[in-house]
Design a protein around this ligand. Structure first.
Ligand code: IPM
Ligand code: MG
Length: 356
């Protein structure tokens, strides 16, 4: 029997090619650090719709629940864009987050030294070691609230609801405070408390919980201001905690500040050992199958898995170090700069393995 069982959800577009490289790197890491991993594959997203008619088959949920951790590539593509909302590939992603209770989404935005010039923000604004962790609530709020269509004054209308309960806010805030304690002890809670009642409850709850973390310096920003501050002075941030929809938006913004969305990993945690790890970029259908996708965000997602679910801290660090080393000389097309060797997806995976 292997030490760990990992379910692979390769998904659509470039998903399969980047996951293959990440598996190669995990196998190499396991060999080096003396543990074993076995894999099982399951369908999610467009490939699941094609094979079974639904984006999240029951079998997929069962396989994920029976594993130690889940590695996801990406889902979605133009082929499924015209399906009704509840049967789109994205519904599968939301479904698996809900089914596995993955309420805490960690999205680090880190600048890899050699990639600094890839950021559209001026050098002096980013500084030398921008490192922001966005903690996004992932199973509540407007993504999971009631929604529908109706008629208003005889005209078609549609509505969605934002709602948070105190326990939901407390558990995500607690994750954020704990993360801040392990980092620079600064936490920014982002809301829209000048307008939304759900945000006022969010803010009150975060303030109440802060009594348990006296060492953490807590501040609050309205989401519009936070969006502005992220480009004005990203260095002011350490950990940011926010709702599902605000976190969706701010994490895309923060990823761009870091230079390349092709580099950033994410973890979705349930409070227990089971987590789901995925690159934050999408399925890039335009380059799928061409062998030019950047597998590094998925490889770095494996590092997060080793750190947060499997408690293999040294192995996680080894992968991150190997990636940093390879970036000094080699680049995939999305992060290519003159003077570097341009490589494809598979070669990049091989290089990281060699650097391990
Ligand atoms: C993300 C994505 C998803 C989200 C989409 C694909 C449903 O944008 O993970 O950030 O909005 O959560
Ligand atoms: Mg998003």
């Amino acid at each position: 029997m292997s030490d760990y069982r990992i379910t692979l959800l390769k998904g659509d577009g470039i998903g399969p090619e980047i996951v293959d490289q990440a598996v190669k790197v995990l196998d190499k890491t396991a060999e080096k650090f003396g543990f074993t991993v076995e894999y099982d594959e399951a369908l999610l997203g467009g490939c699941a719709i094609d094979a079974t008619g639904v984006p999240l088959p029951e079998e997929t949920v069962a396989k994920c629940k029976a594993s130690d951790s889940v590695l996801l590539g990406a889902v979605g593509g133009p082929k499924w864009d015209t399906l009704p909302g509840s049967n789109r590939p994205e519904a599968g992603l939301l479904g698996i987050r809900g089914a596995l209770g993955l309420f805490a989404n960690l999205r680090p935005s880190v600048i890899f030294g050699p990639l600094k010039s890839a950021s559209p923000i001026k050098d002096e604004i980013i500084g030398d070691n921008m490192d922001i962790l966005i903690v996004r609530e992932l199973t509540g709020g407007i993504y999971f609230g009631e929604r529908g269509r109706k008629e208003v004054d005889g005209k078609p209308a549609a509505w969605d609801t934002e709602m948070y309960t105190v326990p939901e806010i407390e558990r995500i805030a607690r994750v954020a405070f704990e993360m801040a304690m392990k980092r620079n002890k600064k936490l920014t809670s982002v809301d829209k408390a000048n307008v939304l009642e759900s945000s006022r409850l969010w803010r009150e709850t975060v303030i109440r919980l802060s009594a348990e973390y006296p060492e953490v310096e807590l501040n609050h920003l309205y989401v519009d201001n936070a969006a502005m501050q992220l480009v004005r002075n990203p260095k002011q941030f350490d950990v940011i905690v926010t709702s599902n929809i605000f976190g969706d938006i701010l994490s895309d913004e923060a990823s761009m500040i870091a230079g390349s969305i092709g580099m950033l990993a994410s973890a979705s945690l349930s409070g227990g050992k089971l987590g789901l790890y995925e690159p934050i970029h999408g399925s890039a259908p335009d380059i799928a199958g061409k062998g030019i996708a950047n597998p590094l965000a998925t490889i770095l997602s494996v590092a997060m898995m080793l750190r947060y679910s499997l408690n293999r801290l040294e192995a996680a660090q080894a992968i991150e170090d190997a990636v940093a080393k390879v970036l000094k000389t080699h680049r995939t097309p999305d992060i290519y700069e003159e003077g570097f060797v341009k490589v494809g997806c598979e070669e990049m995976g091989d290089l990281v393995c060699a650097a391990l």
